[in-house]
Design a protein around this ligand. Structure first.
Ligand code: SAH
Length: 259
């Protein structure tokens, strides 16, 4: 690993629900050209190995051999401290979008200590809003009026930027960020306690949780900070339970005194 470049060993390409095996193969080849080797495929519509290998050619046979298969996107990125979604479409929840070279620069520091995923959506509809909520940041490849690139070509653009990004800055290493798994555990306990203390509406907890997710995502929480937040939630739970039990005891004592 050279300090002024992206640490490619920590970067994986994730193809979410790809429909065409040829695109998986062509993505593997693009990765191999740019020195990336870790390819994860989530719930492919068709994984026909001969068609994957035909496009990967002998060049990327090893990338195909090592493909990691997952049933869900959450599992494919669970150990990642930084998840980058790619999108052809903008607007709505897709607000804070950066260009590929800007993202690649950012990854130089992040990839020193953290597992990074670059996530690509299915050919027909791209990533859903739900899937985008798993991402810390979004990248859009600028295009002319027609914005949707072929999946494997979009992979190539990102791999090229990751390969060529350079910095002369010293020491720009970022701390270990909380993994997706740690963050999701925190969100689950946070949601539970916020419903119980009636801060959020149990009928529609996702509305508020999505806002909180966006807020925490902007802060790029470190692993240690997630432990602090989880510790606070546990303490609030303990305090609420204790007060409740003390109240019951007090009630019983008063009732006994009155007899
Ligand atoms: N019709 C879909 C495009 C899917 S293309 C849509 O409108 O979103 C398949 C995938 O290739 C996308 O999910 C994204 O991961 C990637 N991709 C295609 N064009 C892109 C672009 N201009 N910028 C970033 N990613 C792009």
């Amino acid at each position: 690993m050279s300090p002024g470049r992206v640490n490619r060993e920590k970067v994986r390409i994730v193809l979410h629900r790809p429909r065409f095996p040829e695109n998986i193969g062509a993505a593997a080849r693009a990765m191999r050209n740019m020195g990336l080797r870790r390819l994860a495929v989530v719930a492919p519509e068709n994984f026909i190995e001969a068609r994957v290998r035909m496009m990967a050619t002998h060049v990327a046979g090893d990338v195909v051999d090592a493909i990691a298969r997952f049933d869900s996107l959450a599992e494919a990125v669970a150990d990642c401290g930084y998840v980058v979604g790619t999108t052809a479409r903008l607007g709505g929840e897709r607000q804070a979008v950066v260009s590929p070279p800007v993202m690649a620069q950012r990854l130089i520091a992040i990839s020193r200590e953290n597992e990074v995923a670059l996530v690509f959506g299915p050919e027909d509809r791209g990533l859903t809003n739900q899937e985008i909520r798993l991402c810390h940041a979004l990248v859009n490849i600028p295009t002319d009026a027609f914005s949707s690139l072929n999946l494997a070509q979009a992979v190539m653009v990102m791999c090229y930027e990751v390969f060529t990004a350079r910095t002369t800055k010293e020491g720009g290493s970022s701390p270990r960020l909380a993994t997706r798994h740690e963050l999701d555990g925190m969100y689950a306990t946070l949601r539970d306690i916020l419903v119980r203390i009636s801060y959020i509406n149990p009928e529609n907890p996702d509305y508020w949780m999505n806002r909180l997710r966006r807020f925490f995502t902007r802060m790029q929480l470190r692993a240690r900070e997630v432990s602090i937040i989880r510790g606070i939630i546990r303490q609030v739970e303990w305090y609420a339970r204790k007060n409740f039990e003390d109240g019951l005891k007090e009630g019983r004592r008063q009732a006994a005194g009155e007899e």
